[in-house]
Design a binder for this molecule. Structure first.
Ligand code: 13P
Ligand code: SF4
Length: 309
């Protein structure tokens, strides 16, 4: 514990010395969340990254989040403490796939979940996050929507906007697809007074059971303030850290998993560790570099999202 505390203090000291801001997603390890100047969902983190006047952004999240920070604030040095930390869902579609879909459906608008590579964003019309997808898509004029890459979020949006036609890419989030309706219903049987909060990356059958569906921040807000003292939380277990901090008086139930950790776990998010953050900031390594034309083209759909939400 002493080592962790010392490392945390040293990272914060370095951040101050170098005028760096540390941003972290809620799925990060608790000890990493604790050194961040700001912890948030994808939308809040991209807003923070676009507004910061720090010289360096240390982004504790997966690659697409770091790329988004670079795209919205390209003059900053964006550092990714572990360049191998990617999002498997983001890698389930390539720019060529999007171009092929565009050719097939020339009248459609391409809606890209932010969980995509910068190259994919560069050939998309608008981005969305789990916090604003319904709002953004409902404001689009096109009757036909190509939704990439998450089938679960795509189906959730489609359900709310029945007057549009959706072509949905069949990508998915491996950790969120681990949750089953059967286990959530079982938990509801054990805790009949509990409310169920679900991330929209979950399978539609799991979403059907939910009392609340939203982004990580929205789930935290709902779970800590709803009228039930027990909440079944169906998303990555990293949320527990903030839930306990924000409202320790409630009980938060996360389903058990068959994997070795016992809970559903995004291993690439957890691939960022305190020593890696320290090394990266100290040596200013692992800089996120993107070609200038990709930055220019990928910025448009992100800015459009920020305007529409
Ligand atoms: P949020 O935008 O809800 O934080 O989700 C990001 C993510 O990767 C969920 O798996
Ligand atoms: Fe990607 Fe899923 Fe991990 Fe989020 S939880 S970063 S969508 S793999």
């Amino acid at each position: 514990h002493k080592e962790i505390k010392e490392l945390q203090e040293e990272i914060r000291r370095l951040a101050e010395e170098k005028n760096a801001v540390i941003l972290a997603h809620y799925y990060q390890r608790p000890e990493v969340q604790d050194i961040a100047h700001f912890v948030g969902d994808s939308l809040e983190l991209s807003r923070k990254a676009s507004q910061t006047d720090a010289d360096i952004i240390v982004f504790c999240g997966v690659r697409f989040m770091c790329e988004t920070a670079k795209i919205v604030n390209p003059t900053k040095k964006v550092l990714h403490p572990n360049p191998e930390s990617g999002c498997p869902m983001a890698d389930m579609i390539k720019a060529e796939d999007v171009l092929r879909l565009r050719e097939k459906y020339p009248d459609a608008e391409v809606v890209a979940y932010v969980n995509t590579t910068a190259e994919v964003k560069a050939v998309s019309d608008v981005c969305v996050t789990s916090a604003n997808a319904i709002k953004v898509v409902s404001k689009l004029e096109s009757k036909r929507i190509i939704f990439i890459p998450d089938q679960a979020l795509g189906n959730w949006v489609k359900k709310h906007i029945p007057d549009k036609e959706f072509i949905i890419w069949q990508g998915f989030c491996p950790p969120h697809f681990e949750f089953t309706a059967r286990e959530v219903l079982k938990l509801k049987e054990i805790y009949p007074d509990a409310k169920v909060a679900v991330h929209p990356e979950c399978h539609p059958k799991v979403i059907e059971i939910a009392d609340f569906v939203g982004s990580t921040s929205q789930i935290i807000n709902y779970a800590t303030t709803c009228d039930s003292n027990r909440v079944i939380v169906i998303t990555e277990v990293g949320l527990l850290h903030t839930l306990k901090k924000k409202n320790p008086n409630k009980e938060y139930i996360f389903p058990q998993s068959m994997n070795y950790c016992g809970t559903v776990y995004c291993c690439t998010m957890k691939a960022i560790t305190l020593p890696k953050v320290y090394e990266t900031l100290l040596k200013e390594t692992n800089e996120v570099v993107l070609p200038e034309d990709i930055i220019q083209r990928a910025r448009k759909p992100i800015e459009r999202m920020l305007e529409l939400s």
